[in-house]
Design a protein around this ligand. Structure first.
Ligand code: CAA
Length: 389
C-alpha cells in the first residue's frame, strides 16, 4: 500500500525584517547574508502569535477542505519552541481547529528533526489502518541572542501535512537511513528563550550526520544517488543545503556540472530565504517550495529528504511525486501570504524580539496584532487563552 503526503499547507508571521537592515546596523556587507548564508529576510512573530497559533493557521486550510474531519485519528505536533512543559501544544491546536474528541494528540521534540519522526510514525499508523489520516503540524520560532552569529538565521513558520493512504502529493518509501549521536552543537535549557549554539561545529556535525545517514540508507539497499531528481535538506539557512549537497555529491564522486547540482536543490530554497529558519517546519516548507516552484512537471520524480535535528538525530529517506500533484497545491495562497507581509524597521524588530513573557500569574491581555486566523489573546493565572480572529 502507498502511504505519504496527501496535503501540505504552511504559514508564517505577517512581519519580517530584511537582512539588509540588520547588516546596516551591524556594519556588515549585506552580501554576507544574502549570499554567504543565503538568507534575505526573516519572519518575526507578532506578540499575539506563538507555535500554537502558527501551527493551527497552517493546518486550517487542510482541515476546512476535509469532508470528514473525524477521519483525522491523530494529531502529531512537532516543535522545538513549545509553550508548556506538560501540555502538548497540539491540544490547543486541536481545539482551535475543531477536531473531534476521538483524535489522539501528542507533542514531539528533538530539535529540528521531530517533524520527520512524526511523519514516519504517521506513515506507520496509516499502514496499519489505511482509513486513518494523521495530521502532522510542525511549528517553530527560531531565536538566537542579539549580536550573536546566529542572529541573522532567526525566523518563524509552521507547516501542516496530512498523511494518508494513496496520497495525492508524495509517496514516502519505507526505507530510512539514520544517525544518532550525543553532541552539544545547538541546545536550549528549560530556563532559556534563546538557543545556545556552537555555530561552526553545528555545520560540521550536520555534514557528518548526512554522510552517516546516507551510508546507512545505502547499506540497507537504498536507491543510488543518480535515481534522485531533487533533494530537500533541513534548512537552518539556505546556503547549508548547497554545502550539504556538494558534500553528498563528493562522497559519491558524482559527475554533475555546477548547474545540474544547483538545479537539484534551488527550487526548494525559495520560501525559506524569505521566512528564515523555522526549525521543525523548515524542510517541509522547502518541499512546498519545490512542488510549487518547479519549472516543469515533476510527476514521478524521486526526492531525497535529509532531516537534521541538533543534539543530534538525522534521517535520510525517499519520496516519489504523485502524478497530478499540481491540482492539490496551495501555491497562490502561499505566495499571497508572503507578498502581504509587512517589513519592519530595526526598532520594531527589537520590540518584537523583546516582547515580554509574563511569569507572574497576573492577567495580561495582549493587543491584537497578527493578521492570522488565530491569536494568543491573554495569559491569565498562567493559562494561555487563544481565540479565533
Ligand atoms: N559576501 C559573500 N559571502 C560572504 C561575505 C561577503 N561579503 N562575507 C562572508 N561571506 C561568507 C563566508 O565566506 C562564509 O561562507 P562559507 O561558509 O562558504 O565559508 C559565510 O558567508 C558565513 O560567514 P562566516 O563563516 O563568517 O560565518 P558566521 O561566523 O557569521 O556564522 C553560522 C555562520 C555559524 C552558520 C551562524 O550563522 C550560526 O551560528 N547559525 C546558527 C547555527 C546553525 O544554523 N547551524 C546549522 C547547523 S545546525 C542545524 O541545522 C539545526 C538548526 O536548525 C539550528
Amino acid at each position: 500500500m502507498k502511504v505519504g503526503i496527501d496535503d501540505i499547507s504552511f504559514y508564517t508571521s505577517n512581519y519580517y525584517l530584511d537582512l539588509r537592515t540588520l547588516a546596516e546596523v551591524h556594519n556588515i556587507d549585506v552580501e554576507k547574508y544574502y549570499v554567504g548564508i543565503g538568507q534575505e529576510q526573516m519572519g518575526m512573530p507578532a506578540p499575539d502569535e506563538d507555535v500554537v497559533t502558527m501551527g493551527a493557521a497552517a493546518a486550517l486550510p487542510i482541515v476546512r477542505q476535509l469532508e470528514q474531519p473525524e477521519s483525522i485519528s491523530t494529531l502529531l505536533f512537532a516543535t522545538e519552541s513549545g509553550i508548556d512543559q506538560s501540555k502538548s501544544a497540539g491540544v490547543f491546536a486541536h481545539q482551535l481547529l475543531g477536531l473531534p474528541a476521538t483524535c489522539r494528540v501528542v507533542e514531539l521534540k528533538q530539535a529540528c528533526y521531530s517533524a520527520t519522526a512524526a511523519i514516519q510514525m504517521a506513515c506507520a499508523l496509516v499502514a496499519r489502518q489505511p482509513q486513518q489520516r494523521v495530521l502532522v503540524i510542525a511549528s517553530d520560532i527560531a531565536r538566537y541572542d542579539l549580536d550573536s552569529s546566529g542572529e541573522p538565521t532567526q525566523g518563524c513558520g509552521a507547516v501542516a501535512l496530512l498523511i494518508a493512504a494513496n496520497p495525492r502529493l508524495v509517496e514516502i518509501e519505507p526505507l530510512s537511513g539514520l544517525h544518532t549521536e550525543d553532541v552539544m552543537d545547538f541546545w536550549r535549557p528549560n530556563y532559556r528563550s534563546t538557543a545556545l549554539v556552537d555555530g561552526k561545529y553545528s555545520t560540521k556535525i550536520y555534514l557528518k550526520s548526512l554522510k552517516s545517514a546516507w551510508q546507512h540508507y545505502r547499506q540497507q539497499g537504498g536507491r543510488s544517488l543518480r535515481e534522485f531528481a531533487f533533494f530537500c535538506y533541513h534548512l537552518p539557512f539556505t546556503r547549508m543545503a548547497q554545502k550539504a549537497h556538494a558534500h553528498l555529491l563528493k562522497l559519491e564522486s558524482a559527475e554533475l556540472t555546477a548547474a545540474e547540482a544547483e538545479a537539484q536543490i534551488t527550487d526548494t530554497l525559495q520560501y525559506n530565504k524569505r521566512i528564515g529558519n523555522s526549525y521543525t517546519a523548515s524542510m517541509y516548507i522547502g518541499l512546498a517550495s519545490l512542488l510549487e516552484n518547479a519549472r516543469e512537471d515533476i510527476s514521478e520524480k524521486l526526492i531525497g529528504f535529509f532531516s537534521y535535528g541538533s543534539g543530534c538525530v538525522a534521517e535520510f529517506y525517499a519520496g516519489r511525486v504523485v502524478p497530478g500533484y499540481q491540482q492539490w497545491l496551495r501555491k497562490h495562497e502561499h505566495q499571497q501570504l508572503l507578498a502581504n507581509r509587512q517589513q519592519v524597521d530595526y526598532q520594531t524588530y527589537r520590540r518584537l524580539y523583546a516582547y515580554p513573557n509574563p511569569v507572574d500569574g497576573q492577567e495580561h491581555n495582549i493587543a491584537a496584532e497578527t493578521t492570522g486566523p488565530f491569536r494568543l489573546a491573554a495569559i491569565n493565572q498562567h493559562k494561555r487563552i487563544y481565540q479565533a480572529v
